[in-house]
Design a protein. Structure first.
Length: 496
């Protein structure tokens, strides 16, 4: 550790956000450009280099956090980038999109604010690109083996990069017209500008990975025929089957799934559309669902100049401090957190019915009301107790001419025929079944990421991609792979 007293003398300082009034007028990332470098070395000094670093355990990638914290504090950016990329293919993604379970596991967090691990990670990744430390790493020789990866989200891209670097010939099949999966069309530009994604894709192309866009395996290409053409297949389609809200009035016009709404806004940013056909401009928007996808809808609707935006969360408002009995350190606690979108909504008072940040907690949807034309006009809700039971006398209506459902996902979409054509077994919850080696019941077919695990965090997605690559490499070579496998298929986040 460069400064043995850094954690005592330096307070936590995070990457500053741009003023709300400025950032809601554009789609650029919410953070002050260049705002990390003046503070990041002293923030890295706060790392105690503790003997048993639980940040390692909290992060499924096994990131070498104390090592690269020390290197950043000494401003050895090249070595820091090498240590960071040793465990994480895409740190600029996780540094922007991950909720940082590593910080919840920071030993300093027992009685002080945690080290800003996520900010340090992002600073290293960005500096690596600026200084040329992220050059393509093509294999020295090819193995003669071929792999098809279905899906280009973080799991598919991580698996493809690892297998390409191991010498296998890899083709990534993506149903959309651009690579990236939900990172491309599900994550708004203000959370991660897409040039971060583009340069990784170009890096992978330079290494030898091949990309096939606008190809839906199961429709455009028969999945069984694809399997016959490759030595191995990796299913990394994600969990794209969205959950529904079965309440009266769901059939009304103006009620949309979040993943119908967000991709269109992203396509406007890509230049494909002049305006979104589902724009929230001038509308009274209600978002059902209190997670990150709901917050993404919130920030998008604010930038589209909605008349009002309210977000419903069925859970009660969490506290500001960790509940040591229910969620002891180093588990990831459920706390009241203020995302950039919630900060914007609170400052602009987008939700007159909400207290501060556009969220109504402990709120459950009863039904939707419509007008004579069959369009939604109001959402009727009721307060619920800790057991999600309605509280009598608390039902009320919110004006709503646009409703967005952000209720999560149940597994891969089976309508494309992929799973049926391959003949893979499914779990009762709809995910693809697999064994201890990430293999399905079909020889040579492997599955990783949300398609098997269910919806999860981006760090788990990348860890799954790295781990399935090791399993596929071992299968193809008939021995033990030298590729790292940070997790097993049955590993789960730490819980009490």
């Amino acid at each position: 550790m460069a400064d043995p007293k850094g954690f005592l003398t330096t307070p936590r300082q995070e990457w500053p956000r741009r003023p709300v009034e400025e950032r809601v007028r554009d789609w650029d990332e919410v953070y002050v450009p260049g705002g990390l470098l003046p503070i990041i070395s002293t923030q890295a000094d706060r790392c105690m280099d503790c003997g048993v670093p639980f940040c390692h355990e909290a992060c499924p990638l096994g990131n070498l956090i104390p090592e690269w914290n020390d290197l950043v504090s000494r401003e050895d950016w090249r070595a820091a980038a090498e240590r960071l990329h040793a465990t994480n293919n895409f740190p600029e993604f996780t540094g922007r999109l991950c909720p940082a379970p590593c910080e919840a596991g920071c030993v300093l967090a027992i009685n002080q604010p945690a080290v800003t691990i996520k900010n340090v990670e992002c600073a290293i990744a960005d500096r690596a690109w600026e200084e040329g430390f992220a050059a393509p790493a093509p294999p020295d020789r090819l193995s003669g083996r071929t792999v098809a990866v279905i899906g280009s989200g973080p799991t598919g891209l991580a698996a493809a990069q690892q297998l390409t670097r191991a010498g296998h010939t890899v083709a990534v099949y993506e149903r959309d017209d651009r690579i990236g999966g939900l990172m491309r069309y599900g994550i708004p530009e203000f959370k991660m500008e897409k040039h971060h994604l583009e340069r990784r894709v170009e890096q992978m192309r330079a290494e030898g990975t091949r990309f096939r866009t606008s190809v839906t395996v199961g429709r455009d290409v028969d999945a069984a025929e694809l399997r016959s053409r490759y030595d191995a297949v990796v299913i990394a389609t994600g969990a794209t089957a969205w959950r529904e809200l079965a309440v009266p009035g769901r059939e009304l016009t103006g009620i949309h799934q979040a993943m119908e709404y967000l991709p269109l806004a992203n396509r406007v940013r890509e230049g494909d559309l002049e305006t979104s056909p589902l724009s929230a401009e001038g509308r009274h928007v209600v978002i059902v669902g209190g997670g990150d996808t709901g917050a993404d809808c919130l920030g998008t609707a604010v930038r589209e100049r909605a008349a009002s935006v309210t977000q419903l969360d069925i859970y009660r408002r969490p506290g500001a401090e960790r509940d040591e009995e229910a969620e002891p350190w180093p588990t990831y606690p459920k706390l009241y957190r203020l995302s950039a979108a919630h900060e914007e909504a609170g400052a602009l008072r987008t939700a007159p019915a909400a207290d501060a940040d556009a969220r109504l907690f402990a709120a459950s949807t009863l039904r939707f009301d419509g007008d004579a034309a069959g369009r939604v006009s109001a959402l009727r809700l009721v307060e619920v107790d800790a057991g999600r039971r309605p509280v009598p006398g608390t039902d009320r209506a919110l004006p709503a001419d646009m409703v967005l459902l952000a209720l999560g996902f149940s597994g891969p979409d089976r309508r494309d025929g992929l799973t049926a054509q391959l003949g893979v077994t499914l779990e009762p919850r709809g995910t693809v079944a697999r064994g201890a080696d990430f293999a399905t019941n079909v020889p040579g077919v492997f599955v990783a990421g949300d398609a098997a695990r269910g919806q999860s965090l981006i760090v788990w997605a990348i860890a799954e991609g790295r781990a399935v690559a090791a399993a596929v490499d071992g299968y193809l070579t008939g021995g033990t792979s030298r590729l790292p496998a940070p997790i097993g298929p049955y590993d789960r986040p730490m819980t009490a």
